[in-house]
Design a protein around this ligand. Structure first.
Ligand code: 5AD
Length: 479
């Protein structure tokens, strides 16, 4: 017995990736995608709990599904992801119309658990980490399928062994477990074979990678990371791969060998997202980030120096317990000093189980808001200046699919800037197109194909409607 499913994703790329695996597992058991919640036999909310806001969103989405469940008692409602792992049974007690709670490591069991529910089993929470035999569900790209993304995500590791004091991830995703390098390389080769041009390696601290099929390293020294070797193996064994990215690294593991890999491997995109969190040593220490501001700057400078034109972006938390005006100024100063071209900023949000709970959340909400606004002001000025500087330059854009505006496509440069361009009736999806940057918008660029690119495409036209980028499906579940 099977039916129609709907998977709704909140949160990070790892969650989006998990949702894709859930859908594959379900399809493998005869399930098909539902178009609307009303026609679904199974609705999965794949959740995020990294900040409280994300968790509140889940609660309101689950609440909105109650009437649907009343109308259709046969509907199976499941909560997956980090909130599921964190709350387990408690979630079933709190949300009476919920049937299943399933952890990130238990995706493969989803079809069987749903069948049990359909057969009348009582609500069930299944949230066990696969510590002894870590399982990495392999993606199943279909060759030539229109759903093959130009840019695919490939998991390299899961969990996190850092203990950053603000972060819930070690508790919702468990300890670090690594995927064998041969499996990673094979999956990338399959994506490329199926038509993907770019791959982003995914891991909570992606640069702490170790190959589990090799003997364990002599020490837990960050310099023992085998991440640079993994990058080399990918470059060597999947020569058809156009671009390789990774997210998110931890500065502690951004070693000299990683910088060397950037210097040597053309396939590595010239952009690194390196979360800094704060520019104040006092706060970095309270966050248990295990680097100083000077060390952070040295590490990103070493990466940036490895290859001309590497751009840097980051994550910043404002209003961490004890953050003074001077600490916050130090963060702004770091943002200016490094010259990030973009950043994600967050107000500190106390999370269950985390060590920072012992510190008083003493920065008033209004001050957090004010600091976040100032941070964005500084960051946006830097983004604008960076994008303005690119006007008039020539860039190579990997086209990911149709833009919102008819007749336009969009893609990204090697440095990760989003570029829109007029495609006419050409299907440029998956093509690397040489463009001249004409205009800068707030967060993206507008470009025209260079005459050389037009001539090259005219010689080998591929007219058809461009398919939409599949990176983030904006699925509106209930509106
Ligand atoms: N409060 C605010 N931001 C957080 N992040 C992680 N935990 C918290 C928290 N408790 C941010 C960090 C991280 C990003 C994914 O989310 O900046 O890099």
């Amino acid at each position: 017995m099977s039916g129609r499913y709907l998977v709704h994703t909140f949160g990070c790329q790892m969650n989006a990736h998990d949702s894709d695996r859930m859908e594959e597992v379900l399809r493998g058991h005869g399930w098909r995608a539902a178009e609307t919640p009303a026609e679904a036999d199974l609705i999965v909310l794949n959740t995020c709990s990294v900040r409280e806001k994300a968790e509140q969103k889940l609660r309101s989405e689950v609440g909105k599904l109650a009437p649907l469940k009343r109308e259709n008692p046969g509907l199976v409602l499941a909560v997956a992801g980090c909130v599921a792992q964190q709350e387990g049974e408690k979630l079933l007690e709190r949300v009476r119309h919920l049937d299943l709670v399933i952890g990130p490591d238990n995706i493969a069991d989803l079809p069987a658990l749903v069948l049990d529910q359909m057969a009348g089993a009582p609500p069930r929470a299944h949230t066990v980490f696969d510590l002894d035999a870590p399982r990495f569900l392999a993606a199943a790209p279909a060759r030539g399928s229109t759903s093959t993304p130009v840019s695919a995500f490939v998991t390299t590791m899961k969990g996190c062994d850092e203990r950053c004091s603000f972060c819930i991830v070690p508790y919702t995703r468990g300890p670090e477990r690594y995927r064998p390098a041969t499996e990673i390389v094979d999956e990338i080769a399959r994506w490329v074979e199926a038509g993907s041009r770019e791959v982003t390696l995914l891991g909570q601290t992606v640069d702490s990678y170790r190959d589990p099929s090799l003997p364990p390293p002599a020490s837990s020294d960050p310099d023992e990371s085998q991440f640079p070797a993994l990058l080399r193996a990918i470059a060597e064994r999947v020569p058809g791969l156009g671009r390789l990215r990774y997210t998110s690294p931890h500065p502690r593991h951004a070693t000299a060998a990683l910088a060397e890999a950037h210097a040597e491997l053309d396939v590595l995109a010239r952009h690194v997202h390196m979360p800094a969190q704060s520019g104040s040593d006092r706060i970095l220490k309270r966050m248990i980030r295990r680097y100083t501001r000077v060390e952070y700057v040295e590490r990103v400078r070493r990466l940036a120096a490895a290859r001309p034109g590497i751009t840097l972006s980051t994550d910043i938390i404002v209003g961490f317990p004890g953050e003074t005006d001077a600490d916050f100024e130090a963060t702004l100063d770091l943002v200016r000093e490094v010259g990030f071209v973009s950043l994600f900023g967050f107000k500190y949000s106390p999370r269950p189980y985390t060590p920072a709970l012992k510190l008083e959340d003493d920065v008033p909400e209004a001050v957090k808001s004010e600091r976040l606004a100032r941070l964005f002001e500084v960051a946006e000025a830097q983004t604008r200046a960076h994008l303005d500087r690119l006007v008039g330059t020539t860039q190579r854009v990997l086209v990911e699919g149709a833009s919102k505006t008819a007749g336009r496509v969009s893609g990204r440069t090697e440095q990760n800037e989003i570029v829109h361009l007029d495609a006419g009736d050409l299907d440029l999806t998956g093509a690397v197109v040489e463009v001249a940057i004409v205009r800068a918008y707030k967060h993206s660029l507008f470009a025209e194909m260079t005459p050389a690119a037009r001539d090259a495409l005219a010689a080998a036209p591929r007219p058809s409607a461009p398919r939409a980028p599949r990176r983030r499906r904006a699925l509106t579940l209930l509106s």
